[in-house]
Every structure is written in structure tokens, then in C-alpha cells.
Design a protein around this ligand. Structure first.
Ligand SMILES: [Zn+2]
Length: 352
């Protein structure tokens, strides 16, 4: 069995030298792949929706190099024309199976460009239109693309495997409306013009979920996995649901904790001791244990202590050793579960 691990596509325009925290899901994907000896490859997924035609990718290159992300992975961009064609075919297939539908609905629309912003039944519209930036709205009936959502959270959970679920995960799924509007006014993305919805694009949350499946298909992988901050899981993972009958590879997500990257890097001694790559790998490994690490000065002190006591190398050797003896099976699952268990124990100085 082959597997691929990447991150949920990160907004490429938001990655720069001042935002090391944004790179954490990339570090996790690359670390898990490096520790797995079982056919797990890693890739980095970029969301290019906010890029302007003449934007340079230099800042992204500088940031990934400066923050120690070793370029042993492949990169995938969601502006890839082949992905857009594939997405359109996937929508067509889902429409034919009835898991997506195009119909006339009562919507809250933008006064500036007349685009539907949300279903009237939801009662909420975004503060500004994603297409033209106008903030005035009105209610009307118009054709839209929708994803009906199951009333049973269990069925939703079957659509994608989710590790490190937040404690209120079932509640978050249960709070989703019965029907989601997934055609949105956007400047970039997968155009829905061919479906009779001019000016509208596929909701970026759906594009994010679909891109994980696309990467797996492109790499001939049986499973595709993505890393994502736990608090954002519910904003992406459920959107694979409308494509559940599309015969895609199995998709899964691993929730990671937000890490105090800036605080740890603020102490120059931390980087001087073990180097940027090891610092970021340490933070990446710790982010898998599901604890709250941000806004907690005690935890920052804890991480700094481990770095400065030269425990990091020992920590990784212990973790890799634990992984190689792991009985939980090959690939992603064994690596992530192994890491999530081994790292905190190794930090405490206990044998895993
Ligand atoms: Zn508008």
C-alpha cells in the first residue's frame, strides 16, 4: 500500500519570513514521511487563490529555506489546470449521483455583483463579498451549487478519517446545516461557468478537500492524508462528503496543535544550540500530542529547556526506535500514532 501525506493547501501569499507558524503543517508532513519507512511520501500543497498574476514566489522560497524546511518533498499547486479539469469532472459525477445538486434557492446575495453569498436559511452572510468586496446584501432566488449534508454525524465521519479530533468534534459536525452552499463569488479557483453558474467558483473549502484526493490520485497512492490545525478541521474535512461516491482514494486528516513558534525562536540560543531544522522538527513532533502549547509560558520554557539540555537528538532516536518496533501497522497511521505517543514520553524522560 502506498500513501501520501501533505498539508491542507496553505495560502501561498501568506507565507513569508514573518510567519514561521504557517509552515508548521508542512514540517509535520515532512517529519512524518521522513520517519516512516513504509512507502509514505510527502508533498507540499499550496493554495494559490490569493496570488496576483505578477506576484513573486521569492518570499515563499525564502521562508521555507530560512525556517529549515528541507526540500525533499514535491510541491503541488491548486492552480494546476489539470486539477481544475479533474474537479469539474468530479462535480459532474457527484451531480449525477445526487450528492451535489444545482437548483434554485433563496439566498443572501451581494448588492454589488448580485452573486449569491449564503443560503437565506443559514441567516448569515459574510461581512464582505469574496468577489467584489461589497458589504451590502439583499435576498433573492437564484441557481446555486449545494452539498446536502447528512443528519448523522457518524456518516459524515466515515467520509474522511480524522486523527486528533478536537474534543467537540461530534458537536461541530452536528452543528452543520442540512445543506451547504458551495458556489461562491471568487476571483480565482475552479470556475462553475460550465455548470450554468457564470461568475461563481467552487467554494475554496471544497477545493481544499478535493486537492488532497487529487494529490493521492496523481501519486497513485491508496490513501491521501493531510495535516491541519485541529481548530480548523471542521472547516475543511466535512467538505469531502459530497464526493463520497466518487471512488477516490481514502482521505484522512491529522489535527495538529498550534505551536509557540515565534516565542521559541525569540531566544537566539535555541536556534544556535541545535539549528533551525531541528527546532522546527521538535515543534512539529510536539504538535501531534494534541496539547495546548500556545499562550502558555510554562510550555515555552519546557521546550526551551529540552532544546538547551541537548535532549533533542536523544528524543528523536528514542522516537524512531519506538516507531520501528510499533505493532500498529505500516505507513501514516503507525508513524503518527507512534510519534504522538513517543514524543511526550521521551520528553518526560520515560521509555516509550
Ligand atoms: Zn459582490
Amino acid at each position: 500500500m502506498t500513501e501520501i501525506i501533505s498539508n491542507v493547501p496553505i495560502n501561498i501569499a501568506a507565507v513569508n519570513l514573518g510567519s514561521p507558524g504557517k509552515l508548521m503543517p508542512l514540517h509535520v508532513a515532512s517529519l512524518v514521511a521522513a520517519l516512516s519507512k513504509n512507502g509514505l511520501t510527502s508533498s507540499v500543497a499550496w493554495n494559490t487563490g490569493a496570488l496576483k498574476p505578477n506576484d513573486s514566489l521569492l518570499e515563499k522560497e525564502q521562508a521555507t529555506a530560512a525556517y529549515g524546511l528541507e526540500m525533499g518533498y514535491q510541491e503541488d499547486f491548486d492552480c494546476n489546470p489539470a486539477f481544475k479539469v479533474w474537479c469539474k469532472n468530479a462535480i459532474e459525477e457527484a451531480l449525477s449521483k445526487g450528492t451535489l445538486e444545482i437548483s434554485s434557492c433563496r439566498v443572501i446575495a451581494c448588492r454589488g455583483c448580485n452573486s449569491p453569498l449564503s443560503l437565506d436559511a443559514s441567516g448569515v452572510a459574510p461581512d464582505v463579498c469574496g468577489g467584489c468586496g461589497n458589504s451590502e446584501t439583499f435576498v433573492t432566488d437564484t441557481m446555486v451549487l449545494c452539498m446536502p449534508i447528512s443528519n448523522w454525524p457518524e456518516e459524515l465521519q466515515l467520509a474522511a478519517a480524522v486523527y486528533n479530533q478536537p474534543s467537540n468534534w461530534a458537536g461541530q459536525l452536528a452543528s452543520l446545516p442540512e445543506k451547504m452552499l458551495i458556489s461562491k463569488p471568487r476571483l480565482n479557483g475552479v470556475s462553475l461557468e460550465d455548470f450554468g453558474l457564470p461568475g461563481l467558483h467552487l467554494d475554496p473549502r471544497v477545493t481544499n478537500a478535493a486537492f488532497i484526493a487529487y494529490q493521492a490520485i496523481e501519486r497513485n497512492a491508496d490513501h491521501g492524508w493531510a495535516t491541519l490545525a485541529s481548530e480548523h478541521l471542521y472547516k475543511v474535512a466535512p467538505f469531502i462528503y459530497g464526493f463520497r461516491h466518487n471512488y477516490w482514494p481514502r482521505i484522512g486528516y491529522i489535527g495538529i496543535s498550534k505551536m509557540p513558534v515565534n516565542e521559541v525562536l525569540a531566544d537566539p540560543q535555541n536556534v544556535a544550540e541545535i539549528g533551525m531544522t531541528s527546532v522546527m522538527q521538535t515543534l512539529a513532533a510536539l504538535s501531534l500530542d494534541g496539547k495546548t502549547w500556545v499562550n502558555n509560558p510554562v510550555r515555552v520554557k519546557e521546550i526551551t529547556g529540552h532544546i538547551q539540555r541537548h535532549r533533542i537528538e536523544k528524543l528523536f532516536l528514542t522516537s524512531i526506535d519506538a516507531l520501528s518496533k510499533s505493532q500498529s501497522g505500516p505507513g501514516f497511521r503507525a508513524s503518527v500514532i507512534g510519534l504522538a505517543k513517543a514524543i511526550p514520553l521521551a520528553l518526560k524522560g520515560t521509555k516509550p
